[in-house]
Design a protein around this ligand. Structure first.
Ligand code: BG6
Length: 519
């Protein structure tokens, strides 16, 4: 069914964002070099930034602006030569990189010291005098414990106050809180110094083209919506399987685990995009209200039900992509008797009119056989009466799969007649791959998010109620695990997760889609 349209470069016609200064707190951190700089570089290549755009890195390391530029130039070159990360460039376009590098400044300072903010303020004022604008975005690419404090310091120094000369916005990374109470407390703290419209809480899954596309597929096509409900859908499976382990993030991960790391944020974004009602418009509040509503409708299980409807797993030794992998408990900065989960499977119900009785199964894990993020919609089986006296047997249910990553696309599985004189059914796939139709430039996903923040479009960012709804929906699992002291099921690295997760589905007469079809 492939009849590809001519490849086209994306994005097509984005105007350059208004002149602004991006202040990155945590300028020497991993996020800055691995994702933010590549994203700014990609935006520079696309000419989506204003000539008066500027970056100021803030961090405690004492170094000159030249040293900062050299550090980032080297890290960009290393990303290109090492490959394999989110930044897929084959070579560094020096014109684009020099464009960014020439706009990089640095301010050494302690995040806890008001003097840092006073000096930053002076710099922004000086710049406003020279350029005529005072637009500033403060990007908190720091450890989460600094989110509240840096915001308050910015507020105390008067840096968040917007004037006719410019906007002031704060971008806050994840994890936003570590449970419902801490997320609410952080929201209260930050909202004392900034208005909701100035806050851009990041969930980088929303920067992925394919995640944004779920809404377009659902609402720009007439044929999905009439089927998109409990009358036609049997269940939904959402998978985010990763081949990587915890890498160098053992300390963070020990305190976090797969549930907090992936579910209230990324997995719920996928769930919300799939299950939400059509918003009244593409307006930021219309979209975010519908997302909050559907996550609020996720049933809060009782403690017993939460234990019954969840499976925690932890990777053991094994082989991933041909490489031996050590058990999670032998990873650096991980306790040898750790009970932290690196895999979680949940059964969720959405208690609203559209989804009553339709289970949403979600699973995410590290050190698995493949990297795959997808949403699979399994439809109800067609009546098989017609085929009862034939060798065809029962037709399998139709399956619609949104592939988020890698090999982004959509496929629809249905039954067809196997050629021959008897009636036999074969399963076939109608498959759409993005790469067949669109030649997108390499992107880390952060380009869209940074650009949207600069132009003041918060649609792809989490509002306070979105964040709190996510935490509130996973809180029963956190509470019941804490009470039940529920252990983790070991699973072999390079496999499909613990067998207990298969039992969770089997109990309902269902099965996970294989991670390695045909293997
Ligand atoms: C991050 C998690 O938010 O998302 C990581 O902290 C996870 O543990 C990552 O690996 C997955 O994102 P992506 O874009 O690689 O699918």
């Amino acid at each position: 069914m492939k009849s590809p349209a001519p490849a086209r470069r994306l994005p097509d016609s984005a105007e350059p964002a208004p002149p602004s200064t991006l202040i990155i707190f945590g300028a020497s951190g991993d996020l800055t070099k691995r994702l933010l700089m590549p994203a700014l570089y990609n935006l520079a290549r696309e000419k989506s930034l204003d000539p008066a755009f500027e970056v100021i890195g803030v961090d405690h390391i004492e170094r000159s602006e030249d040293e900062f530029r050299t550090y980032l130039t080297k890290s960009m070159q290393a990303l290109v030569s090492e490959g394999g990360g989110e930044f897929e460039a084959k070579a560094l376009d020096m014109e684009a990189w020099n464009w960014i590098a020439g706009r990089l400044g640095y301010l050494a300072g302690d995040f806890e010291d008001p003097e840092t903010y006073r000096r930053l303020g002076e710099r922004l004022d000086k710049r406003a005098g020279e350029s005529g604008h005072s637009n500033a975005v403060f990007y908190l690419a720091t450890a989460p414990r600094f989110f509240g404090m840096v915001s308050e310091q910015l507020g105390d120094a008067g840096l968040i106050k917007e004037t006719e000369q410019g906007f002031r916005r704060i971008v806050i990374e994840k994890p936003f809180g570590s449970d419902l109470a801490s997320a609410e407390a952080l929201n209260r703290r930050i909202l004392k110094v900034a208005g909701e419209s100035q806050l851009y809480r990041i969930d980088h899954f929303l920067g992925k083209e394919t995640v944004q596309n779920i809404m377009v597929l659902r609402f720009a096509n007439g044929f999905f919506e009439p089927l998109w409900n409990r009358d036609h859908i049997d269940h939904v499976q959402i998978t985010a399987a990763e081949t990587v382990g915890v890498e160098h993030r053992g300390r963070f991960y020990e305190a976090t685990g797969a549930l907090k790391d992936m579910v209230p944020n990324h997995m719920f974004q996928l769930l919300a995009m799939t299950a939400m009602e059509a918003p009244n418009s593409f307006g930021a509040d219309a979209v975010r209200s519908e997302k909050a509503k559907v996550i609020e409708a996720v049933r809060r299980w009782s403690p017993e039900e939460a234990v019954k409807n969840s499976v925690r797993g932890q990777y053991d030794a094994g082989t991933v992509r041909g490489q031996p992998v050590r058990p999670y408990t032998k990873e650096p900065d991980v306790s040898p008797d750790s009970n932290t989960e690196t895999y979680v499977a949940l059964k969720l119900m959405i208690d609203n009119w559209r989804w009553a009785g339709v289970p949403f199964y979600i699973r995410t894990g590290k050190s698995m056989s493949v990297r795959r993020t997808e949403i699979a919609i399994q439809f109800k089986r067609a009546p098989s009466i017609l085929f009862r006296d034939t060798p065809a047997g029962m037709p399998d249910p139709n399956l619609l799969v949104f592939r988020i990553q890698p090999s982004e696309g959509v496929s629809l599985r249905f039954a067809a007649k196997v050629p021959g004189r008897t009636v036999r059914l074969g399963e076939v796939d109608m498959d759409f791959s993005y790469s067949d139709y669109f030649a997108a430039e390499p992107s880390t996903g952060y380009e869209t998010l940074i650009y949207d923040c600069l132009i003041g479009d918060p649609t792809l960012f989490q509002r306070a109620d979105n964040i709190e709804a996510g935490w509130s929906a996973v809180q029963p699992f956190l509470d019941s695990w804490a009470q039940a002291g529920d252990g983790v099921h070991l699973y072999k690295s390079g496999g499909s997760g613990p067998t207990a997760a298969d039992a969770l589905m089997k109990r309902d007469g269902r099965a996970w889609l294989p991670l390695n079809p045909g293997a």
